[in-house]
Design a protein around this ligand. Sequence first.
Ligand code: GTP
Ligand code: SPV
Ligand code: MN
Length: 607
Amino acid sequence: MAQSPIAGLHPAPTRHAELVAWVERIASLTKPDRVHWCDGSEAEKAAIVADLIDKGTLRALDPVKRPGSYYAASDPRDVARVESRTFICPADPKDAGPTNNWAEPTEMRARLDGLFDGCMVGRTMYVVPFCMGPLGSEISALGVEITDSGYVAVSMGIMTRMGKDALDALGEDGVFVPAVHTLGAPLADGQADVPWPCNEDKWIVHFPETREIWSYGSGYGGNALLGKKCYALRIASVMARDEGWLAEHMLILKLTDPQDRVKYVAAAFPSACGKTNLAMLQPSIPGWKAETVGDDIAWMRFGDDGRLYAVNPEAGFFGVAPGTSRNTNKNALETLATNTVFTNVALTADNDVWWEGLTKEAPEGLTNWKGQLHDPASGEPAAHPNARFAAPAAQCPTIAPEWEDPKGVPIDAILFGGRRASAVPLVTEAFDWEHGVFLGSTVASEGTAAAENKVGELRRDPFAMLPFCGYNMGDYFAHWLAMGKKSDPAKLPRFYFVNWFRKGSDGKFVWPGFGDNARVLKWISERLNGEAEAVRTPVGHVPTREALDLDGLDLSEADLATLLDVDVEVWTEEASRIPAFFETFGDRMPKTLWDQHKALEQRLSSA
Ligand code: GTP
Ligand code: SPV
Ligand code: MN
């Protein structure tokens, strides 16, 4: 083989011929100045960080207040996932379904060939081997991300098991998902770099049939850290469909009651709707303990005992900063005391970080995420609403001892939720698995800053997977229904629908949320034990006033009515909006869910 002119391409630290050939192919297409195979060591991280500090991408935070931590501010045009630029490209558009953008795969490949040709000129190409899930677990899966962003390489080191161990796990012929990422900002000879290179044009592309990922033009979050949404949800959901498991946008939580009885809970809430916060919850009720297994993604499969086991495929938290405080989520704050990368938060005069909600008043002399002196009178926030932290999960004070257990944890309850100012009660229990799947399929939520869609506008986000399902969502519903037939009904988790975001006539949240969400978890846990009362309503079982532990809460009778009463008129209207959504899936929509809709209408009309 001819020696490549690209520095660092040879020798490769692996005998995996297919991997080496792929890296050579991508290098000859993208034409980087040099190639670096990441080993995941501390020395390597220090070297990449030093280079990023040199370029102005990262800034070291105060080494006493925030050891090992860095600050980055993105280009203002690169602040969140870009759903309009995200594509799922199977041969048949029907297999992508009505909720995904699709492009003909041959045409898309030709387009990508053009975009990636020379895209890394002047830059280093990092080869980042990673493992999603605990190393050595049967549930885990391997990937290799090629990226020309040092920030992405460092972030992947926090968010995944990255480096030599993952490469070793691949051996000489292990299966990996190839993921190519570029900022789309080649540097001509002598051209000065910018702190946050990116391209106006962005393409986040998935080929589910060949299990490949190509990402162009963005350096932010889910667009660029390809192990996360691109692999662990979009590609993994396709693998899961084919292999009979589930890849979900869910937190995983361990709940221990005062009698030391343990329940494991998974919960799917749309982006920026409370997963990280519930996963790290500090219960406000005495005797109850909550521990964290995962905050964003769950991979679940049935064990030999017929129970559904979940693992967190990630090794870090990429969480929303704004709104995080001692009062709302002290465990998150303790997690990010060290070794954290903050992006698009505000910088304090003494070289620490700040965001809206961290403290009541903004400190003097803040630099906002755009690099300007913050003016509190401007009405503009100092931190971008989608500002985030990347921190190692192991640093979380409430991390569960079993969070890396290769067999996962057995799930007792699956929660759905979203931001709903009206209609949806605090908590509802599904009648059975099929009704639970129906509830998941109809999730709607008010938009957040996590993606570029309109903030506040209500949209359907079934199973909180709208932006993350790698195939036809009608088929996805059918897959969930089929999963429910794989085990004894008594061993299946039960489904619940929660809503922390109900607003009163004053426009304020009625429910205190955060640590008080433990009260809802308590009811769920007691329901699972057959100990708590409920009212049967047309939409499901809702707690009686007495069954919900409201001790010490200041809620009026009117507040409780808002939180717990099911208004038949409002729900008849809600139900009438479901068919238009279901119809978009045509013949891919399972009849079972249409039957569920009909049954809901019948329960409403006879209520
Ligand atoms: P992604 O990482 O985007 O998938 O989001 P997430 O679901 O993990 O959301 P996260 O927990 O980061 O919450 C997003 C925002 O919702 C933060 O600003 C939180 O402070 C706020 N939030 C979370 N839980 C509650 C709650 O119980 N009540 C209220 N009112 N706000 C909450
Ligand atoms: C989300 O948007 O659901 C996130 C952040 O968790 S990102 O990694 O950017 O997808
Ligand atoms: Mn998420």
